[in-house]
Design a protein around this ligand. Structure first.
Ligand SMILES: Cc1cc2nc3c(=O)[nH]c(=O)nc-3n(C[C@H](O)[C@H](O)[C@H](O)COP(=O)(O)OP(=O)(O)OC[C@H]3O[C@@H](n4cnc5c(N)ncnc54)[C@H](O)[C@@H]3O)c2cc1C
Length: 386
């Protein structure tokens, strides 16, 4: 058993941490307050090649492993969840379909500039009436002589206001539910594609969540990413990695919040002594540390399994569930440690508290993840002695 990072991974962690602390961390508050896309920061991080972390060097990527991707997620989230939401969307979900299924021209136009941070990509499956239940989406793709005609509405789409291209889930056969879904590349400026209302939210600010409308939007045949009806399978192929990535975000947020709580507990005095010496505050500190370390083990173990080709759906689900719930636990406890200052604008505790909520939905809600974990465990539990 070896729980340490390799030399290369340690070097990477050090590099990423320095870059993120220099480029992103100083702007975390202003990104949150202004709730606007930080274009300059986005470009700067792109110029360092991080958005291509999963892609091969031949196309400008880093060809890094899942452990390194998890390190990147964690370090980004330590600085700013809003920015981390933007950057990780660019690294994986916003660009993966075009990487796997795009034509050479589509990659030249969208993927390669996205890797450099010059263009922005996102993914759209959630609809006003439908989130977890992907098979229930209503956006239709009707085949015609020119390709596909897209009609429908999407909601909660990260970076929808600034995205240059969107990978959109639509159904060609609603009666087949998941078996009818395909993903379609829609580029900005396509007639019939428009950006609607912004959802004002308290969490992951800076990464705007938007309504997108497709009103008879004509997509060429090669706009279909892969094959008709296989979209849910394609999404499933990357779902575990998405979950590990979000587990990494949870870890980063939990650690940042924990450190701020710890500092406060050392400095703040009540009844003539630092509040961190009261048993009830010590209990919070101990519990937070143990939960964060447990989340770290689950998360990096899942990433390590992924790199060895032996990751199971359950391992990734456990990592995402536990790490994000831990982050929410920690931000709550840290807020309490801050007393009234936990809700004061001048302290980051209130931002951490709000940002924790963002982690609970994408990649599967905790309820959905627990269902996956329990069903798998009911079939086979490793603790049983045969
Ligand atoms: C900040 C933010 C950014 C987002 N960005 C994007 C994006 O870029 N693209 C995109 O497509 N979507 C995006 N989403 C949407 C996100 O993917 C959905 O919120 C998520 O899929 C859950 O769907 P829902 O919110 O509609 O909840 P629902 O699916 O309606 O669930 C509501 C409640 O019911 C529970 N529930 C549902 N089904 C079950 C079940 N079978 N068993 C037990 N409980 C169940 C859920 O756990 C939850 O508690 C974003 C959301 C947020 C908050």
């Amino acid at each position: 058993m070896d729980f340490s990072l390799t030399k290369e991974q340690k070097f990477f962690k050090d590099q990423v941490s320095r870059a993120v602390q220099r480029i992103v961390a100083p702007s975390a508050d202003s990104i949150d307050r202004s709730d606007t896309f930080p274009r300059e920061l986005f470009r700067e991080l792109g110029s360092l090649g991080y958005y291509g972390i999963r892609y091969p060097a031949e196309i400008g990527g880093m060809g890094a492993d899942c452990v390194m991707f998890t390190i990147l997620s964690e370090e980004l989230a330590r600085a700013s969840i809003g920015f981390a939401a933007i950057a990780t969307m660019q690294c994986l979900m916003g660009t993966d379909f075009i990487h796997r299924f795009g034509t050479g021209e589509q990659k030249e136009r969208c993927l390669f500039p996205a890797i450099r941070g010059e263009k922005i990509g996102t993914i759209a499956f959630t609809e006003p009436d439908c989130g977890s239940d992907l098979g229930g989406i209503k956006t239709r793709a009707v085949k015609n002589e020119k390709g596909y005609l897209l009609t429908g509405r999407k909601l909660w789409i990260t970076d929808g206001d600034v995205a240059d291209f969107v990978t959109v889930a639509a159904t060609t056969a609603p009666e087949k539910r998941l078996g009818g879904i395909g993903f379609f590349l829609v580029e900005k400026g396509t007639p019939g594609f428009s950006v609607g209302q912004k959802i004002e939210k308290m969490s992951a600010r800076g990464a705007a969540t938007m309504e997108l409308t497709f009103d008879g939007c004509q997509i060429p045949s090669d706009g279909l990413m892969g094959e008709e009806g296989k979209g849910a399978k394609y999404l499933n192929d990357i779902l575990s990695e998405i979950r590990i990535m979000i587990a990494g975000l949870g870890l980063g947020l939990a650690k940042s919040a924990f450190v701020s709580g710890l500092r406060y507990a050392r400095q703040r005095e009540a009844f003539g002594r630092p509040i961190g010496t009261f048993q009830l505050i010590e209990e919070k500190i101990a519990e937070m540390e143990v939960r964060i370390r447990s989340a770290e083990l689950l998360t990096y173990h899942a990433a390590w399994l992924k790199d060895r080709g032996s990751l199971t759906v359950k391992e990734a689900a456990m990592a995402k569930f536990y790490s994000t719930e831990t982050a929410c636990f920690v931000v709550d406890e840290v807020s309490r440690i801050h007393g009234a200052y936990g809700v004061a604008e001048e302290y980051p505790a209130q931002r951490y508290f709000r940002d924790g909520r963002f982690l609970l939905f994408g990649g599967g809600t905790s309820e959905i993840l627990k269902t996956i974990i329990a069903k798998d465990t009911m079939k086979k539990c490793e603790f049983e002695i045969n």
